[in-house]
Ligand binder design. Structure first.
Ligand code: B12
Ligand code: SF4
Ligand code: SF4
Length: 337
């Protein structure tokens, strides 16, 4: 077996669905990334601005880096879960960072045995992950900016090992969006401001997860029943016709969460919140931001039955929760009238 074949074998053994290799070079759309930052599209994600030279070129991250081993893991947990609200599928159960990091560590050990020195990342590293995935031919960056895998569609996590091993690069697969604009048309907040460009400040995923303060009123109605994250531009993509449910049961819907009605989340104490979302990415946004989101959903979908719980939340000591609960009460009363 060649070193590249051994690495692909290691990836399969670790549990990844696909593994392809790109040469270490400046990210193909580094220029667009710099413009995106200059235009402030990253909002409050200040960490995105730091060390752009590193983020744009893996050779600045790992001295002597020759190749980028790009990996995809299918997380598709099924078509629907939850009654009266939606949670982005990537967050239906356990946090992918912890699961994938263990898989990467295993691959790193195998690659050390081949003589390589590696740095490995999933999501949080200074790497333009989707650009390298495109160069390696895992798929291509759709107009939604989501990386579309040739067989698995949009429902994949990306990860990579930067390595000093010089490996033959795989061929890119090319762009296969054609004339389709479904994702742009479907985006509830018009966050895809041009093909291949998402203004995070308008994106529901950003507003409900990354954004810390009050949700700007102009976006609250468009958020609809989305409690955490947004899958709209993924769901409508025709390349999902081949999507298969993930083999990893830790990504499948957590029953204890999805059996709850939105108003039941309002009664969670801090301790109960942490227990319900143990090991879940949702735990990261903490109770106050989560309840803020619950209030937005109830403001859009709630009925008279939700008013008692919302009125209690409107008296919450945390002004973030109290303000959003008050807004929701006003919206429901407006509908009832
Ligand atoms: C910041 C971030 C966000 C931000 C900003 C999103 C964005 N579009 O930039 C927010 C919070 C909004 C977000 C949302 C989501 N995210 Co996110 N996010 C990231 C993160 C950390 C950085 C992305 C980044 O560099 N953005 C900067 C912009 C400029 O880059 P880009 O969007 O990738 O765009 C590139 C191309 O579009 C290209 N380009 C520009 N112009 C042109 C023109 C042409 C013709 C072409 C071909 C390309 C091209 O240039 C850009 C620079 O490389 C990555 C992990 C990582 N380290 O890469 C995860 C990551 C992108 N997120 C991920 C996920 C799952 C999501 C959500 C689906 C979660 C959800 N369901 O709520 C949504 C999807 C929203 C969307 N449409 O992108 C996955 C995506 C997996 C995949 N298959 O694509 C990643 C890769 C994490 C991971 N390791 O799996 N995310
Ligand atoms: S995740 Fe939702 S809000 Fe963000 S770009 Fe996609 S459709 Fe628009
Ligand atoms: S919905 Fe259409 S335009 Fe958008 S990423 Fe998928 S194929 Fe491309």
């Amino acid at each position: 077996m060649t070193p590249a074949e051994s690495i692909k074998q290691l990836a399969r053994e670790a549990g990844f669905d696909d593994c392809r290799i790109a040469a270490a070079a400046e990210a193909r759309h580094a220029g667009e990334f710099r413009e995106w930052i200059a235009d402030g599209c990253h909002g409050e994600m200040a960490w995105m601005e730091r060390t752009p030279e590193r983020r744009c070129d893996p050779r600045e991250v790992l001295a002597g880096c020759k190749s980028v081993v790009c990996l995809a893991l299918n997380y598709y947990p099924g078509s629907s879960a939850g009654d009266g609200y939606r949670i982005a599928r990537y967050a239906w159960n356990e946090d992918y960072h912890d699961i994938i990091e263990k898989m990467l560590r295993r691959m790193d050990e195998g690659m050390q045995a081949l003589g390589g020195t590696q740095r490995f990342y999933v999501d949080t590293g200074p790497v333009l992950e989707r650009d390298h995935a495109t160069s390696a031919g895992l798929g291509w960056n759709g107009k939604s900016t989501v990386q579309i895998h040739r067989q698995l569609g949009t429902w994949t996590f990306l990860a990579e090992l930067l390595t000093t091993l010089e490996l033959p690069a795989d061929a890119p697969f090319g762009d296969h969006c054609g004339k389709c604009t479904r994702c742009i048309d479907a985006c509830p907040t018009k966050a895809i401001t041009a093909p291949h460009r998402v203004d995070a400040r308008r994106c529901i995923s950003y507003l409900t997860i990354e954004h810390k303060g009050p949700i700007p009123e102009e976006f609250r109605e468009a958020i609809g029943d989305r409690l955490y994250g947004c899958d709209e531009c993924l769901e409508v993509c025709p390349w999902n016709r081949f999507a298969q449910v993930s083999r990893e049961s830790r990504f499948h819907a957590r029953e204890a969460v999805f059996e709850k009605k939105p108003r039941e989340f309002l009664a969670l104490t801090d301790e109960e919140f942490r227990a319900l979302f143990a090991k879940s990415p949702i735990k990261r946004i903490k109770r106050a931001r989560f309840l803020r989101n619950v209030c937005v959903v109830l403001g859009n979908t709630g009925t008279a039955e939700d008013l008692p719980a919302l009125k209690i939340a409107a008296e919450d000591a945390d002004p973030l929760i109290a303000e959003h609960a008050g807004w929701a009460v006003g919206r429901i009363l407006g509908r009832l009238a």
